[in-house]
Design a protein around this ligand. Structure first.
Ligand code: NAD
Ligand code: IPM
Ligand code: MN
Length: 363
């Protein structure tokens, strides 16, 4: 078989971390006897510069025809003057919506060797192993009406937070299924004391809970959950929340892992290709120097192997190799080390290769 991947390196550090992650994917596929075809397409600033828009139709069409999409990051100061649909970020939103990837899985694990790197005390973050399931194609990011009009002191703008029961139900099911396969605890995060979209959210999650009697579900308001995340993160198993809350809470969770550069993600829909990307942005402050942390992108490749190929064994080999390299002190600057992006990639490739060779020999 051949795995067809569309690569969207994007802007800033995106191309640096995607190149490194692809080199790991390529090694794993060779070792496992899986063919790999990679087609690169522009998105974000690069697409604006070359095609005049952040998500050219060709790019979306190529993604639709792929088995999986590997994305770096979009955006940067060069394009920050653009507004609305012309922005780099609108390209990313168009991709998510265009592929219907409504469930964004953002695992947050704290490697013991990095517990001391967090700005929180190590005893607080140690043992953290959670997954944030962020709704990705609804809420304030896409709701209508969405407008800006008028002028002077009366100039106004509005975004609309909109959810249907169907949208809440399908992402809740993803979260419950995940929780059922883990520690069987789900925390649904909302603002039901104020927002009626959150009241719908809570009602629907409560209804779906009846299908999963083995999972215990709790509801928590987003403000107090934001506090719990930095007070008792190890208590949290699976979190499900709406698009905007999930965006904010997952960056907060980056602090637990020692750096935003550590966190991977998978965005999944109903059977079509998923989007695999680190959660960090284009990091313009460090772009072009070969120093970006590629672990989040490499761990996104592990998620691709798990969800697009169904190869838990290969995903676990990459994750174990990453753990091994971190234990061995192969760390980029954001983690207090001095390894470059490519050197981290090399170390992970060697460690993954050893693991796959040992597994092959044992078979
Ligand atoms: P950012 O995530 O790019 O950077 C925040 C901080 O984290 C910076 O100090 C950066 O150096 C650091 N950082 C991020 N990734 C890192 C990595 N791999 N290794 C080491 N350090 C890393 O967020 P920002 O600065 O607020 O946004 C910059 C641009 O990226 C904006 O245009 C924003 O819209 C965009 N963005 C894109 C995505 C995406 O494409 N998925 C996600 C977030 C932000
Ligand atoms: C993310 C990013 C995006 C988001 C931006 C770049 C549109 O912050 O993937 O977390 O807000 O979803
Ligand atoms: Mn974000």
């Amino acid at each position: 078989m051949t795995l067809r991947v569309v690569s969207l390196p994007g802007d800033g550090v995106g191309p640096e971390v995607v190149e490194t992650a692809l080199s790991v994917l390529s090694d794993v596929c060779s070792a496992a006897g899986i063919g790999l075809s990679v087609e690169e397409r522009p998105i974000g600033g690069r697409a604006i510069d070359t095609a005049g828009e952040p998500l050219p139709a060709d790019t979306l069409a190529a993604c639709r025809g792929a088995d999986a999409v590997l994305l770096g990051a979009v955006g940067g100061p060069r394009w920050d003057h653009l507004r609305g649909e012309q922005r780099c970020e609108a390209g990313l939103l168009g991709l998510r919506r265009g592929l219907g990837v409504f469930a964004n899985l953002r695992p947050v694990r704290v490697h013991p060797a990095l517990a001391g790197r967090s700005s929180l005390r190590s005893e607080v973050v140690r043992g953290t192993d959670m997954i944030v399931v962020r709704e990705l194609t609804g809420g304030a990011y896409f709701g209508e009406p969405r407008e800006r009009s008028g002028s002077g002191p009366e100039e106004m703008a509005r975004d609309s937070t909109v959810y249907t029961a169907r949208e809440v139900e399908r992402v809740a099911r993803v979260a419950f299924r995940l929780a059922a396969s883990r520690r069987r605890r789900l925390t649904s995060v909302d603002k039901a004391n104020v927002l009626i979209t959150s009241q719908l959210w809570r009602d629907v999650v409560t209804r779906v809970a009846a299908e999963f009697p083995e999972v215990s579900v709790e509801h928590q308001l987003v403000d107090s959950f934001a506090m719990r995340l930095v007070q008792r993160p190890a208590d949290v198993d699976v979190v499900v929340t709406e698009n905007l809350f999930g965006d904010i809470l997952s960056d907060e969770a980056g602090v637990l892992a020692g750096s935003l550069g550590m966190l991977p993600s998978a965005s999944l829909g109903d059977g079509g290709p998923g989007v695999y990307e680190p959660i960090h942005g284009s990091a313009p402050d460090i772009a072009g120097r070969g120093v970006a942390n590629p672990y989040g992108a490499i761990l996104s490749v592990a998620m691709l192997l798990r969800h697009a190929l169904g190869r838990d064994d290969l995903a676990a080999a990459v994750e174990a190799a990453v753990d091994e390299c971190i234990s061995a002190g192969v760390l980029t600057g954001d983690l207090g080390g001095s390894a470059g992006t490519a050197a981290v990639g090399e170390a992970v490739r060697r460690a993954t290769g050893r693991r796959l060779a040992a597994a092959g020999a044992a078979r």
